[in-house]
Design a protein around this ligand. Structure first.
Ligand code: NAD
Length: 504
């Protein structure tokens, strides 16, 4: 482990403030990063204070002034080098993701691959920040719109995607000409430092050291200062609905912009005509993968009543075969939850579900021993139960029955969150109905694949309490730029729009 950490430039005590390099210890206290599989300390991090935060933002703002004038395709070349630098460290960084947040190795490496993919995507994007041109109603006038950088932006990330979610934001923002100040979760600080170092080295080589800043600090001082900071016109925040509601309100108060990526309560509908083998595999990955700690984790399952009993039996059998343990060990499919709090929330949710009339079909218990392990859990439930409408960040799947597709869609939409959804069906009509305006109300709607495991090429995000933000691919880049509508008069007259006359 020590070798791995040192290959990533980490030591036993690491700076939590980076502005074109590590800032010296501010004496503001330290936190320990612990391996959730066994409680071992991976390293310590010196917490950033508000003075260091100021230094990080001032550096980002200064460097951004030059960066925004550097042509976008040249910015693309710097991001291409970042993709290569991440590629070179992919397996090490992926292993660190596993060590720090408990994902199995494939998922840890997959997360870094996602960061590489978005960087690759951004190289092409750097030549495609297109604006429209419009037909002017006035003679000898040209009208068009163009996109300018926003400036420096804040990125706040959740623990469960400690590398990829920052990259979705930072790579796109950098292509757009912005600087990025990152405040990661205190539950995954080492991945943030290692990722930052890799990218900072590339920036420094290209003369833009400090374009990406990193502050690992407490919400109550550094976080609060960040969301109130007028120098940061956009705050992109990923995390719980509770956090998003608060951050969104504070930023709106100063009329800043937010891009919110919040909790989900994702469902899979399995219709009676579905390929059931396919559905089983999709559900298992969606509900058990990442130990149920993805925003897109499958939390609710709606089974057509004709197939429900036999399908549930098969699912229970599959659940009981899932190998749980050290996420870096081959064959293990489920690692630990992030911390003791998460285990308590899991236990509370199981208790609440049974109190409301649900029945545990399998699982439901924490696993004794070191680490924060729980059993993957299936609970037969009723969609009206309050706990079913709540996102518990753990591997609990509520199983419910439906009679026809309209009922299934109604139940699937009847929660406050709106992130990801899917249907397993071989019927073209059912699939199209699910994808139509009277179908799923989520930001992501899939057919014959599960709710999790999105590709970077699409816009990622959800509706309702999930926050409405879109990150990553498609035209999500527009959130990181300001639009300017331009009209040029190349004639000798000054006609007004709407034929208005204003002559003496
Ligand atoms: P969390 O809300 O506890 O924390 C998220 C981040 O917000 C952390 O960095 C935290 O320090 C920061 N934060 C909290 N209060 C703040 C404040 N006052 N000022 C500034 N920053 C503040 O979430 P978590 O437990 O780390 O992650 C799990 C949650 O994230 C789940 O709800 C999950 O669904 C959600 N999530 C959503 C997406 C998505 O794209 N929709 C992706 C990943 C995770």
């Amino acid at each position: 482990m020590t070798d791995l950490l040192s290959r990533l430039g980490l030591t036993s005590s690491n700076s939590g403030a980076w502005a074109g390099g590590a800032l010296p210890d501010a004496g503001h206290g330290t936190i320990a990063s612990r391996n959730p599989a066994n409680g071992d300390i991976l390293g310590e991090i010196q917490l950033a204070d508000v003075a260091q935060y100021e230094q990080v933002v001032a550096t980002a703002v200064r460097v951004q002034k030059a960066w925004q004038l550097y042509p976008a395709p040249k910015r693309g070349e710097v991001i291409r080098q970042m993709a290569d630098a991440l590629r070179a460290k992919r397996d090490d960084l992926g292993a660190l993701v596993s060590l720090e947040v408990g994902k199995i190795r494939g998922e840890g490496v997959g997360e870094v691959q996602e960061a590489i993919d978005i960087a690759d995507f951004c190289v092409g994007l750097s030549r495609q920040l297109y604006g429209l041109s419009m037909q002017s109603e006035r003679a000898n006038h040209r009208m068009y719109e163009q996109w300018h950088p926003l400036g420096s932006i804040a990125v706040i990330t959740a623990f469960n995607f400690p590398c990829a979610v920052w990259a979705w934001n930072a790579m796109v923002a950098a292509i757009c000409g912005d600087a990025v100040v990152w405040k990661p979760s205190l539950k995954a600080p080492l991945v943030a430092i290692a990722t930052h170092r890799i990218c900072e080295e590339v920036l420094a080589k290209n003369g833009f050291s400090g374009l990406f800043g990193l502050v690992i600090g407490a919400d109550k001082d550094v976080g609060e200062t960040m969301i109130r900071d007028h120098r940061l016109p956009l705050v992109s925040a990923t995390g719980s609905v509770r956090m998003g509601r608060y951050v969104g309100t504070v930023v709106a108060e100063r009329l800043g912009r937010t891009l919110l990526e919040l909790g989900g309560n994702n469902a899979i509908i399995v219709d009676k005509d579905a390929d059931l083998d396919l559905a089983l595999r999709g559900i298992l990955f969606g509900a058990v993968g990442t130990a149920g700690q993805r925003c897109t984790t499958t939390r609710r399952l709606f089974l057509h009543r004709d197939i429900s009993a036999r399908f549930t039996e098969r699912l229970v059998k599959l659940y009981e075969q899932v190998r749980i343990g050290d996420p870096l060990q081959d064959g293990v499919l489920m690692g630990p939850l992030i911390d003791e709090d998460a285990v308590t929330q899991f236990e509370t949710a199981v208790l609440e579900a049974t109190r409301e009339g649900g029945t545990v079909l399998t699982g439901g218990k924490r696993i004794a021993g070191p680490g924060h392990f729980v059993q993957p859990t299936l609970i037969s439930a009723d969609p009206k139960m309050a706990i079913v409408k709540h996102e518990t960040f753990a591997p609990i799947l509520y199983v419910m029955e439906f009679f026809d597709l309209d009922e299934a869609i109604r139940m699937q939409n009847d929660v406050p969150q709106g992130l990801s959804s899917s249907i397993f069906t071989t019927s073209f009509i059912s699939a199209e109905t699910f994808l139509s305006a009277r179908g799923s109300d989520c930001g992501i709607a899939n057919v014959n694949i599960g709710t999790s495991g999105a590709e970077i090429g699409g816009a990622f995000g959800g509706e309702k309490e999930t926050g409405g933000g879109r990150e990553s691919g498609s035209d999500s880049w527009k959130a990181y730029m300001r639009r300017q509508t331009c009209t040029l008069n190349y004639g000798k007259d000054l006609p007004l729009a709407q034929n208005l006359r204003f002559d003496l």
